[in-house]
Design a protein around this ligand. Structure first.
Ligand code: GLA
Length: 386
């Protein structure tokens, strides 16, 4: 659906013309998984799948949230606070609205229409995309004077406090600050970041959706967050650290004896070694050493599979296939895991055969087909010119 069609839809639904239109991308993470809530380094980038949002004020003093993707819609008056209602998609914009009014910002009734082409629940941050689209558009429309970083923090708070997922800041940061053809080297402790050249040579970034329904994802995610807290508490008996990522792999080897539970030990080892891998990956990328970058991607996946245990047969099958295909530089699961998506760096002119062979291999093993996309790395949230 293009912008013209979306504007027509807006008119059909709301009987008036859209006054502003916005786009916010989704994201993939190249490397640095389950690191953001442990104060370390991540390397996400925004991709050309995302959420479109069209708005116009109304005279009725109500917020009307509609989506082309879902039948369910929501309408609520201007109030001084809002609470989560059910599990529907509109809780994301509602959570953003809640933060605006709770901060005392002046808002007025709006008609809002969304359209997204990020596969929902696929781990490509469809939720961060709708949160940041909404926060960005409201900020501009209501002249609320938040900085972009404040909007990112607000969207994270929506996720943590309104929706109830203990996620880190990576997704919201990536979809807000992303830049075309760049990866963001983000320090999740200090929030300092650098947009680095995402050198891919003659390759492209493929995204493979397992199409596995992600049922237990939320509870398992929160469980990992707790396990990391436990590991940190054990290490703090001897070490003065605030986050697991404050130490490197060598220091961890010296102090791992403080953790006497094998599961907790493996969770900590993944986090600390993955953080080290991000540093190596950044060097490899800067040197255009894609072979090394690919090796680190595979190592990251293995650690997520065995130590962090957030992969699964679907994601493993994608990586297993990728290792047999000479046109693949590297592959790994991306995002939280438990289904969702993998990424692969694939020779551009061999993408069609990669897709064809992977679909056959995966379908044979898993019993249904994955979706395979060629993506490009694009800019973060922005207004679309009318
Ligand atoms: C999800 C969360 C992020 C991050 C990743 C794993 O996408 O929203 O904050 O923790 O999982 O790296």
């Amino acid at each position: 659906m293009n912008l013209e069609q979306l504007k027509q839809q807006f008119e059909t639904v709301f009987d008036q013309q859209a006054l502003g239109s916005y786009f916010c991308p989704g994201r993939v993470n190249l490397i640095g998984e389950h690191i953001d809530y442990n104060g370390g380094l991540v390397m996400p980038c925004a991709i050309n799948f995302g959420t479109w949002m069209l708005i116009a004020p109304n005279q009725d003093n109500v917020f009307r949230f509609r989506s082309i993707n879902f039948e369910e819609f929501y309408e609520i008056g201007v109030q001084t606070s809002y609470t989560k209602t059910g599990r529907e998609w509109y809780n994301y914009p509602l959570g953003v609205l809640h933060h605006f009014v709770a901060d005392g910002k002046k808002v007025e009734g709006l008609d809002v229409l969304y359209y997204g082409n990020v596969p929902i629940g696929s781990g490509l941050s469809s939720s961060a995309s709708i949160e940041i689209a909404t926060a960005f558009a409201f900020n501009q429309f209501f002249k609320s004077d938040y900085s972009k970083l404040e909007l990112v923090k607000m969207a994270k708070s929506v996720e943590n406090n309104f929706i109830g997922l203990s996620s880190g800041i990576m997704d919201q940061f990536a979809v807000a600050f992303g830049e075309a053809n760049k990866a963001l080297m983000l320090n999740c402790d200090t929030l300092d970041y650098q947009a680095v050249d995402a050198y891919l040579g003659d390759n492209i970034l493929a995204v493979i959706n397992t199409n596995k329904p992600r049922k237990l994802a939320e509870s398992k995610y929160n469980e990992r967050v707790q396990e990391c807290k436990q590991a940190l508490a054990n290490l703090q008996e001897k070490l003065k650290i605030n986050h697991l990522c404050d130490i490197d792999g060598a220091t961890f080897e010296q102090y791992r004896y403080l953790i006497n539970n094998d599961v907790i030990l493996r969770r900590a080892r993944h986090v600390i070694e993955e953080n080290d891998r991000v540093k190596l990956a950044a060097e490899a990328l800067a040197q255009h050493n894609l072979a090394e970058f690919g090796r680190l991607m595979y190592a990251s996946h293995e650690s997520l599979q065995n130590d962090y245990e957030v992969s699964g047969v679907e994601l493993d099958t994608i990586v297993e296939y990728s290792k047999t295909d000479e046109n693949v530089v590297g592959a790994r699961m991306t995002g939280a895991g438990f289904g969702g998506c993998a990424i692969a760096i694939v020779k551009a002119d061999a993408f069609d055969s990669f897709r064809h062979n992977l679909v056959a291999y995966y379908t044979d093993k898993v019993g249904y087909a994955p979706s395979v996309y060629a993506t490009s790395i694009c800019d973060g949230v922005h207004e679309l010119s009318n």
